[in-house]
Write a protein that binds this ligand. Structure first.
Ligand code: CTP
Length: 407
């Protein structure tokens, strides 16, 4: 099974719409952002609702549009602008009128959208739309410069016929171009942007008969925590997962579910060449039964002995075909101290680093939420990480590899 998630998947975008004729294009923009996977909430000013109805937008985004501080005066329902400002990963004001740009510069708070903008913790982008003389006016240009200096992304308007009948610069950028810039925003602002990372996670199951298998106790938690940490840092993550009961972390680009080591190897082989980095976290069964049965072995017809044959060493294969630009990290789970064995694996499998965890340490290893590891780099450096939550450790490892392997 393969699931590909769209580029803005799990991104939360607040779309602010202000009173310009270009507001009609915001409907297309809202639909485009949703089509690319974003979760969209819309805040419209009173002016915007003169140009396009909230019902149109609400239908497109599948939830009510916010326009006022109170949703239902009689019931006393209040729109929490702080909550909206904190909820979003990005606020896009499109169209942004000269009036709204000025209000943003001066910190005015006369409508819900302005209040959301004042309480926002996330980045803001604006797509100005106005007549050409308003756009070129020194006040507007000064306002745009100030907003830019505060870190607001300005999505440049296009040139062409304007609603006034004049021709010039001022028409709002096309919805598709705005959506492209929204995507670019998420890619450029994060440390692992544009990097493709392949992660193997979980156990493999090697069938004996229709109901039994050889497996191991791996829960997949460490691999999934790494997938999540890489994706949060902007990487395009492909997660090849053995049988686990874990939900795909937010923003993971692609998940390929497999069952056996051979299936995992096939999945890895199809995509490894396109990756910048690989992290082999899976607990792959080294052997599989030579003979398997499509039906269940009954007590009377159980084989006397089970013979095994070797599975491919997936990580070894990745190391063999690794290019100079690719980076590869393996894991080693040892039952003793394991330092020498891990070093041996690092060399044998042509790795850049190996993460050693030993079952001697309480709270480390399979099926627990914590881990305690030592990272060995190929230059001989060893870094110890104390016992901590796998999520926390994953973030630290991702930061470490950003500076030691990719920078
Ligand atoms: N690995 C793999 N394919 C295999 C076996 C292991 O990709 N068939 C990867 C694991 O994902 C891990 C690393 O190799 O990143 C080390 O796994 P481990 O089981 O500790 O090492 P082995 O090479 O199997 O060595 P041994 O069984 O001798 O300890």
């Amino acid at each position: 099974m393969e699931l590909a998630s769209p580029p803005l998947s799990e991104r939360r975008i607040v779309l602010g719409i202000t009173g310009s004729i270009a507001a009609y294009k915001s409907a297309v923009l809202a639909r485009e952002l949703k089509r690319r996977g974003a979760e969209v909430r819309v805040v419209m000013t009173a002016g915007a609702t003169e140009f396009i109805t909230p019902l149109t937008l609400a239908t497109l985004i599948d939830r009510p549009v916010h326009s006022d501080f109170t949703e239902d005066e009689h019931a006393g329902v209040w729109t929490n602008h702080v909550e909206l400002g904190v909820w979003g990963d990005l606020i896009v004001v499109a169209p942004a009128t000269a009036n709204t740009l000025s209000a943003m510069v001066h910190g005015q708070c006369e409508n819900l959208l302005q209040a959301v903008l004042l309480s926002a913790r996330c980045p803001v982008a604006v797509a100005p739309a106005m007549d050409l003389d308003m756009f070129t006016h020194a006040s507007t240009q000064d306002n745009l410069r100030i907003l830019e200096s505060r870190g607001v992304d300005i999505i440049d308007p296009g040139t062409g016929p304007l609603a006034s009948g004049l021709v010039g610069k001022g028409r709002m950028a096309e919805p598709k171009d705005i959506a492209d810039q929204v995507e670019a925003h998420f890619q450029r602002t994060l440390p692992w942007s544009h990097k493709r990372v392949l992660i193997t996670a979980g156990p493999t199951q090697e069938p004996l008969d229709a109901v039994r298998f050889l497996g191991n106790r791996s829960s997949g938690k460490m691999g999934f925590a790494l997938a999540s940490a890489f994706a949060d840092q902007g990487a395009l993550v492909t997660l090849v997962a053995g049988p686990v009961s874990l939900a795909t972390p937010e923003r993971v680009h692609r998940r390929i579910d497999v069952s056996t080591a051979v299936e995992m190897n096939n999945a890895v082989q199809t995509c490894w060449a396109d990756m910048d980095m690989g992290v082999a976290c899976a607990a792959v069964a080294d052997f599989r039964p030579t003979l398997t049965s499509d039906s269940k072995w009954h007590r009377a017809n159980m084989p006397e002995a089970i013979t095994l044959e070797e599975n491919p060493d997936i990580l070894h294969g990745m190391g063999q075909s690794k290019s100079d630009a690719q980076r590869l990290v393996g894991f080693a789970l040892e039952t003793d101290e394991g330092l020498d064995s891990a070093k041996g694996k690092l060399v044998r499998k042509n790795l850049d680093a190996i993460v050693l965890n030993t079952l001697q340490d309480n709270g480390a290893g399979f099926a627990v939420d914590t881990n305690k590891v030592t990272v060995l780099n190929k230059n001989g450096q060893a870094l110890k990480f104390d016992l901590q939550a796998k999520d926390e450790l994953a973030q630290k490892l991702v930061d470490l590899w950003r500076t030691t392997l990719i920078a």
